[in-house]
Ligand binder design. Structure first.
Ligand SMILES: CC(C)(COP(=O)(O)OP(=O)(O)OC[C@H]1O[C@@H](n2cnc3c(N)ncnc32)[C@H](O)[C@@H]1OP(=O)(O)O)[C@@H](O)C(=O)NCCC(=O)NCCS
Length: 178
């Protein structure tokens, strides 16, 4: 069960992948300055990888491989702007292992994920949030077709301070070729 996309492969996560993510994303150097929220448990991810392959729910994940090697993960999480059955959108997220950053994988993976989610789910809107200082992720999102919608003030408590978040989104109409 895999999807190939150029040099990248997307496939469901295994418990062994979660072990690698815990080892590599478990501290501030590995998680990246904008994704370090303190120590956290990976036990729930392991359980969900075993029970449902981290797919088919409100929190979903695929592993990214680059030339056959584990490079990171993409996620899509259910978000509701109103009633659950009429207001669902996906919020996408990404984390690359440190050795695979700065190679264009972030852009290609999020572009692929947007196409995949519009093709395989009925959502009208896909959104993402990122830190105003995370220029690499902002470039990736814009190159994947998402547009800046606004700034959510003092949204995250992280490393001793409140941080704003930028809200990006793409709608199904935006994603159609003109
Ligand atoms: C953020 C992340 C997904 C970006 O993916 P990536 O594959 O490294 O990014 P790309 O190689 O596609 O590069 C994106 C652009 O940002 C630029 N960039 C990278 N790091 C940068 C930095 N620190 N400051 C400014 N620009 C930066 C790159 O040069 C590139 O622009 P260019 O093509 O004009 O040179 C990845 O670095 C990552 O996983 N970081 C840690 C976790 C994280 O921050 N996730 C996002 C949370 S919202």
């Amino acid at each position: 069960m895999i999807v190939r996309h150029g040099e990248l492969t997307f496939r469901p996560a295994s418990v062994a992948d979660i072990d690698v993510f815990e080892a590599q994303f478990g501290d501030v150097d590995g998680a990246g300055a904008y994704q370090w929220f303190g120590f956290t448990s990976f036990a729930g991810l392991r359980r969900e990888a075993e029970s449902r392959g981290l797919l088919g729910g409100d929190a979903n994940m695929l592993v990214i491989e680059h030339k056959g090697e584990l490079a990171g993960r993409v996620e899509w999480l259910a978000r509701y702007w109103g009633r659950r059955d009429t207001s669902l959108c996906w919020e996408i997220a990404i984390g690359l292992l440190p050795a695979y950053r700065g190679m264009g994988i972030g852009t290609a993976s999020q572009r692929w994920l947007v196409d995949y989610l519009f093709a395989h789910t009925r959502v009208e809107r896909i959104q993402a949030t990122t830190d105003p200082e995370n220029v690499a992720e902002q470039k990736c999102l814009e190159r994947a077709g998402l547009r800046l919608e606004g700034r959510v003030r003092r949204a995250q408590w992280r490393q001793g301070a409140w941080h704003d978040q930028l809200l990006y989104a793409i709608t199904r109409d935006d994603s159609q070729p003109t």
